[in-house]
Design a protein around this ligand. Sequence first.
Ligand SMILES: NC(=O)C1=CN([C@@H]2O[C@H](COP(=O)(O)OP(=O)(O)OC[C@H]3O[C@@H](n4cnc5c(N)ncnc54)[C@H](OP(=O)(O)O)[C@@H]3O)[C@@H](O)[C@H]2O)C=CC1
Ligand SMILES: O=C1O[C@H](COP(=O)(O)O)[C@@H](O)[C@H](O)[C@H]1O
Length: 495
Amino acid sequence: MSNEKIALFTIFGGTGDLAQRKLYPSLFKLYQKGYLKDHFAVIGTARRPWTDDHYHEVISDSLADLNADQETVEQFASHFYYQSHDVTDAEHYRTLKKLSEKLDAQYGLQGNRIFYLAMAPNFFGTIAQHLRSENILTDNGFNRVIIEKPFGHDFESAKELNDQLTATFNENQIYRIDHYLGKEMIQNITAIRFGNNIWESLWNNRYIDNIQITLSEKLGVEERAVYYDNSGALRDMVQNHILQILSLLTMDQPVEFTENDIDVEKVKALRSLRPLKPEEVATNFVRGQYGAGDDGAKAYRDEDKISPDSNTDTFVAGKVMIDNYRWSGVPFYIRTGKRLADKFTRIDVVFKRPVVNIFNHDDVRANDDAATSLDPNILTINVEPTEGFELRMNAKAIGQGFATTPVKLNYSHDAEATAGSPEAYERLLHDALNGDATNFTHWQEVADSWKFVDVIQQYWDEHQPEFPNYRPGTMGPDAADELLRKDGHRWVYRN
Ligand SMILES: NC(=O)C1=CN([C@@H]2O[C@H](COP(=O)(O)OP(=O)(O)OC[C@H]3O[C@@H](n4cnc5c(N)ncnc54)[C@H](OP(=O)(O)O)[C@@H]3O)[C@@H](O)[C@H]2O)C=CC1
Ligand SMILES: O=C1O[C@H](COP(=O)(O)O)[C@@H](O)[C@H](O)[C@H]1O
């Protein structure tokens, strides 16, 4: 049976960085795998006056790292058409409509349309509005719109944007990208939780002590300084990726593994986040900005296109509580930042220690405490660069006598399987072609996430930070360690 998908992609922002670095290579991989074949076409659109021939060269260059054979690349690129225009100009859409109809007839696209908005978010509303007013949507096929992040700057702007989009598209036609949801190991969270009785029966406040989510980046803001300086780590990484991961870790079991059932549970989890009062922000959240490195690395404020007195956060750590029966009392520690020690994403699930240490009764008596000096079991989900799981347990140390020692059970996907597995954007484009929005964020999730984050951002905006406060190559400011220390915890990953 053929797996071929039929669609016309219209990429707004076809000359941009995202299109060239992520979208064209991902579409090409779908082409190599036969999901895209004869019945697809792509219109790239932006203001630059490119010709189709030049566009084909750009497509070909964007695939350079994939080492594909030239003939396949040329065949793939021949499905691409470039249209130069300004998206604020209604004339643009009339030309687009004509070209779309021509390509539909030429490639047999059955009215199926995917509109990919790979542009600055301030254009999303106007594009959606023109797609409606200029009758670009079809009656005979599907119409889906993929929206890049950021989805708004706060709850109000996100709502305004959503209202603009829903004036043209139904919620089930809107695919809000969160590329973390396309990552193999993030998708694995539901598999390990709901596919293993040992985990699901322990996945609650009786057995779990705390959960830590770390999204650490070694690089700085690179080419995206202007966007980042207006955003900061809280908006850039916490509102979306981290809260999405948190919702997958904490949601209750969906009735079925379907988009709707999963969405219902994720929304419940996000609605259970304990909202912070402004006066609680400083004790539950830490912000940071990197200074200069000993090796001559620039401070954030000295980076290109960054304001020299910028108060933008390049690091966030926080303690999040979830007020429901399953999670009451369990802290979720989150952190993310630029120019940290290394590039990795991991989740550490720290279990409660055994209540009695039969191997050392003095230990219990001395502490007068339920916890013992036995190490806690820790399940680590390595999201990247290694993909796999690690479980720390206590075992008998080899040899005479009886002492316990921590050991690790380790599983990693093998390098060959990982190399062949689809990249996040490829997976998500494939899902959108299939009409499956499970790994996209629904409006209610976006809304609840912004409401949680807005309180923190607003408090920060009203209070002057003491920046810079961490050195590049570290895991952020000392206050991020103190955040856990004062609860009697510590980060599982420390450098
Ligand atoms: N790049 C990345 O790694 C990531 C990007 N994103 C998001 O993706 C979106 C695009 O980002 P990115 O590709 O980096 O941005 P770029 O600045 O590289 O691209 C912007 C695109 O918009 C086009 N454009 C700008 N103004 C107009 C206009 N008035 N009419 C028509 N086209 C216009 C530009 O082309 P021209 O100048 O020719 O008009 C260009 O193609 C943003 O929402 C960003 O936040 C999200 C995650 C990662
Ligand atoms: O969304 C974003 O994510 C990247 C990090 O993504 P990863 O897949 O490389 O972990 C981040 O660099 C960027 O600032 C942010 O907008």
